[in-house]
Write a protein that binds this ligand. Structure first.
Ligand SMILES: [Zn+2]
Length: 166
């Protein structure tokens, strides 16, 4: 009798675990195959507006920098700012990273990248700390950035490269 109950119990556990697994697969699949969730898109827009106002107030910059949320960036990267041969300044955010920490992406990474965009706008292409110079740090802070650390151990700017993901 007890053995039978135990069997039933295990059976239930296995079924529930399988359902959970399928659900997680599905969630993963639907996340990677759909555009960014609407609430994240709205938060990005809101933050972009805020950054635009700060850029104008502190640096007299009227220009808007295009922003692309991409799922083609390598998983280690959060964001990247590129300056291409046609002098386009583009901010890229890694879509894969929104899944775990959208707040961090919007309030930390976006102002960090925006500061790189402003550096490019000023034609400052310094190599110092892979672009994280004292000037960059000051710009980042004036954009109310939360991550204006100069000694980041990653490279997140690309200058005059055609494919930013290589
Ligand atoms: Zn950076």
């Amino acid at each position: 009798m007890f053995a039978k109950q135990l069997q039933k119990y295990f059976f239930t556990v296995v079924v529930l675990a399988s359902i959970l697994l399928v659900y997680l697969w599905y969630k993963d699949y639907s996340f990677s195959s759909s555009p960014l969730e609407e609430k994240h898109q709205l938060s990005i827009l809101k933050k972009q507006q805020e950054l635009k106002v700060l850029a104008y107030r502190n640096f007299k910059i009227k220009k808007e920098f295009p922003l692309i949320v991409s799922d083609k960036m390598s998983a280690q990267r959060f964001g990247m700012t590129t300056y291409d041969r046609n002098k386009n300044i583009i901010i890229h955010l890694n879509k894969k990273r929104f899944k775990e920490s959208s707040n961090y992406m919007i309030n930390d990474v976006l102002p960090h990248e925006y500061a790189h965009a402003i550096m490019f706008y000023f034609k400052d292409f310094t190599n110092e700390n892979s672009g994280h110079s004292k000037r960059w740090q000051n710009i980042c802070k004036q954009l109310n950035g939360l991550r204006c650390d100069r000694f980041v151990n990653h490279e997140d700017i690309l200058i005059e490269k055609t494919n930013p993901f290589k």
